[in-house]
Design a protein around this ligand. Structure first.
Ligand SMILES: Nc1ncnc2c1ncn2[C@@H]1O[C@H](COP(=O)(O)OP(=O)(O)OP(=O)(O)O)[C@@H](O)[C@H]1O
Ligand SMILES: [Mg+2]
Length: 374
């Protein structure tokens, strides 16, 4: 690129600096029910953003509104600096990949991928080159003459991705594209999508309710809850710095203790809880003594032992059960009418903790996060 060129597209809009997608106060009503409430969302060019959230939280509705397959009740959709709120789907310059591969069964892989190029009246030789290139990109160079039913689920999903990539959209929307695949294949395809994303630099907006997929793929996760954005941040922050009990509980496993503030003590706070005295990181929101909070401690930050000196963040319980997974062991400990999960690496050493025995659980105050009460 000539660096003296101004960063603007041919029609004069500042496309290079504009975000790829901008939703401004977008709401969607179905009758009296709000599927989306005043969503503000910006997706930067080249970014990989995942919409994550429970069933019915509005993920597909949001994607469909960006794609133009649903109209917002109010608000504005801006794509690449252009108001797209009332544009037809075909005028939005984006591609969409769905959960069910939606390949045309009677056509070969070649014809399926060539289809959007033929619709765009591309020359034959150019079509052949493009299909060839994209089959190489998805690492299936030799399947052009097969029909979809002669492919595995993962291969079909790659072909539908290829059909989307082949016409160089600047934005790809993916609605649970890997939902139908088994775990192993899903993980392979996640890496494949990640590779394609970084090789081509296409902006991608992906919908999933699979946390691991969101963590693997995303530059940013947008967590949805009841038609609203609960939290949007880098994947690690959603796990380590959730802002709400909903976010903490949705990502991974969470030990959550209701607690009331006793005192602020430097960088920490001291709280009273049904499991005993807790010490936690001082939150950036402050409230008076006696205010109610929830304290989060992740299972991998809890240490289990047979004895411990009394103090804050030391609780005593009964080991109920231990489950050995491939790389980790999970212990379920009951205390004060609740269950606490402890997770440790699965070392092949002799176990000293037996179900039914008394155990002590401890954790560092740096691993205890104060959240607003639920
Ligand atoms: N065409 C429609 N008519 C009426 N209500 C709808 C329609 N489409 C979606 N909804 C409702 O809007 C809400 C959000 O639905 P949406 O499909 O966006 O959820 P989702 O987050 O994609 O869920 P899932 O994970 O199950 O796919 C739900 O309560 C759903 O019942
Ligand atoms: Mg959906």
């Amino acid at each position: 690129m000539n660096m003296s060129e101004p960063l603007s597209s041919k029609d004069g809009t500042p496309a290079a600096s504009a975000p790829m997608v901008e939703l401004r106060s977008v709401s969607k009503q179905y009758g009296a029910a709000a599927a989306l409430s005043e969503i503000d969302l910006t997706v930067a060019k080249g970014e990989f953003v995942t919409l994550l959230g429970p069933s019915g939280s509005g993920k597909t509705t949001l994607l469909n509104i960006i794609a133009g397959m649903a109209q917002p009740t109010s608000g504005q959709v801006v794509i690449d600096g252009r108001d797209a709120t009332h544009l037809a789907p075909s005028e939005r310059g984006l591609g969409m990949v769905f959960q069910n591969y939606a390949l045309m069964p009677h056509m070969t892989v070649f014809d399926n991928i060539a289809f959007p190029l033929r619709v765009r009246k591309m020359a034959r030789a150019q079509i052949e080159q493009k299909v060839h290139d994209v089959l190489k990109l998805i690492r299936l160079p030799d399947i052009a003459q097969r029909r979809p039913r002669e492919l595995s689920g993962g291969q079909q999903q790659r072909v539908s991705l290829a059909r989307c990539i082949v016409y160089n959209p600047s934005l790809i929307l993916l609605d649970e594209p890997l939902g139908a695949l088994d775990k192993k294949l899903r993980e392979q395809m996640q890496l494949e999508i990640k590779r394609i994303h970084s090789e081509l630099g296409i902006t991608m907006l992906n919908v999933t309710h699979d946390q691991d997929e969101a963590l693997t793929l995303s530059d940013r996760i947008v967590l949805m809850n009841g038609g609203r954005i609960e939290q949007q941040c880098a994947p690690a922050d959603l796990y380590f710095r959730p802002r709400t009990v909903f976010a903490a509980d949705f990502m991974g496993e969470a030990n959550l203790f209701p607690a009331t503030l006793r005192a602020i003590d430097g960088d920490t706070v001291r709280l009273d809880s049904p499991v005993g005295e807790l010490q936690a990181m001082r939150p950036d929101f402050l409230a008076g003594e006696g205010a109610g909070f929830t304290v989060l401690v992740r299972p991998e930050n809890v240490t289990m032992s047979t004895s411990a000196a009394p103090g804050a963040n030391v609780v005593r319980g009964t080991l109920r059960d231990s489950i050995v997974l491939s790389g980790v062991v999970k212990h379920y400990v009951s205390l004060a009418g609740r269950e606490v999960i402890v997770q440790e690496a699965n070392h092949a050493r002799r176990r000293t903790h037996l179900p039914g025995h008394e155990v002590f659980l401890t954790w560092n105050w740096r691993d205890a996060l104060v959240l607003p009460a639920q």
